[in-house]
Design a protein around this ligand. Structure first.
Ligand code: NAI
Length: 343
């Protein structure tokens, strides 16, 4: 797992001028949680990260940071937790001047819940973090893992917009786990090493809004027609597969930590100037009828360099996309309304 995250970085370090920045300050919000801890571990192992700030409302967060700080990599780790007497000051300190902020803060699903059921708990978590970020690190690249991603990214953008700090090229909903899952399932089905597979996944990050594009997989794969529906559903419902298997003990944490670390690593590679870094992500976009959409995006020194859009898709995928857009519209509006409700 580690080699996949670290190897491109080492190659990049050989190929690019040493005058370019290759030391990034990364803050993880929600660092003491099921995703946050292994994600922070993977970031501590990433040679591009020189400062790692771990923030969580959990009071044992400095302990998580202390634990990580004993790992023999050069980066410095600091822990911050919410102190009710100091308000959001520790969050602001944790975010201060961060280059990259990764956010897995909030409640995960229990069996029977949809991601949208988390809105009531997690919308305000995201709002608070972005209110502080708009002051402490408005120029950071933001990677939002908190569900429902479809609504949380609009909340984040609306909060930044109100503070006059929105740069839509720098706000990402992390949908990488959908791609990772699609790669794995296609690899298993077609007898190909999943590391060599790349399936773009577009739309959003919940249920029918997840639209895997098997027709655009590389290397080219042929999914038998009688297996296509089941494979599509498996990718759309893979999160629920984990929630059920964990039987009330949370949702995907380890595969999400891997995916979050992969995404953050690619963001940093692109910031460093490495060309042709393309990842699917859920971002503010004008490539369809909805204002936020997941598609392959080319990353660069300023965040999104180019949105590659939907591209060529077949009839089956077009039908999936139409259904996804209807749901996405509602999810996005819910986020926008929440962020503006007290205006
Ligand atoms: P968890 O409950 O294990 O950890 C969440 C952490 O967030 C806890 O340590 C909690 O103290 C902290 N937290 C809560 N409110 C906070 C606040 N206001 N500020 C800072 N920290 C706060 O949950 P887990 O499993 O780590 O999941 C976190 C989120 O990630 C959930 O919303 C989950 O649905 C989402 N998720 C997203 C995926 C994706 O593909 N984008 C995949 C899997 C989970």
């Amino acid at each position: 797992m580690l080699s996949r995250i670290v190897r491109p970085t080492l190659t990049a370090a050989r190929n690019f001028s040493t005058s370019q920045q290759n030391n990034y300050k990364v803050t993880v919000c929600g660092a003491a949680g099921g995703i946050g801890q292994p994600l922070s571990l993977l970031l501590k192992l990433n040679p591009l990260v020189t400062e790692l700030n771990c923030y969580d409302i959990a009071p044992f967060t400095p302990g998580v940071a202390c634990d990580l700080s004993h790992i023999e990599t050069a980066s410095k780790v600091k822990g911050y937790f919410f102190d009710r007497f100091a308000g959001q000051e520790s969050l602001k300190d944790a975010l201060n001047s961060a280059d990259v902020v990764v956010i897995p803060a909030g409640v995960p699903r229990k069996p029977g819940m949809t991601r949208d059921d988390l809105f009531g708990s997690n919308a305000s978590v995201v709002k608070t973090i972005f209110e502080c970020a708009s002051v402490a690190c408005p120029d950071a690249i933001f990677c939002i893992i908190t569900n429902p991603v479809n609504s949380c990214v609009p909340i984040a953008c609306e909060v930044l917009k109100k503070a006059n700090k929105l740069n839509p090229r720098r706000v990402f909903g992390v949908s990488t786990l959908d791609i990772v899952r699609a790669n794995t399932f296609v690899g298993e089905m077609c007898g190909v090493n999943p590391k060599e597979v790349n399936v773009p996944v577009i739309g959003g990050h919940s249920g029918i809004t997840i639209v895997p594009l098997f027709s655009r997989a590389t290397p080219k794969v042929t999914i038998p027609a009688d297996k296509l529906d089941a494979l599509t559903k498996r990718v759309q419902e893979a999160g629920t597969e984990v929630v059920k298997a964990k039987a009330g003990h949370g949702s995907a944490t380890l595969s999400m930590a891997y995916s979050g670390a992969r995404f953050a690593n690619n963001v940093m590679r692109a910031l460093m100037g490495e060309p042709d870094v393309i990842e699917c992500a859920y971002v503010m976009a004008d490539v369809t009828d909805v204002d936020y959409f997941a598609s392959p995006v080319k990353l660069g020194k300023c965040g999104i360099e180019q949105n590659c859009g939907v591209g060529d898709i077949n009839e089956y995928e077009t039908k999936l996309l139409c259904d996804a857009l209807e749901q996405l519209k509602r999810d996005i509006q819910k986020g926008v309304d929440f962020a503006n409700q007290d205006q």
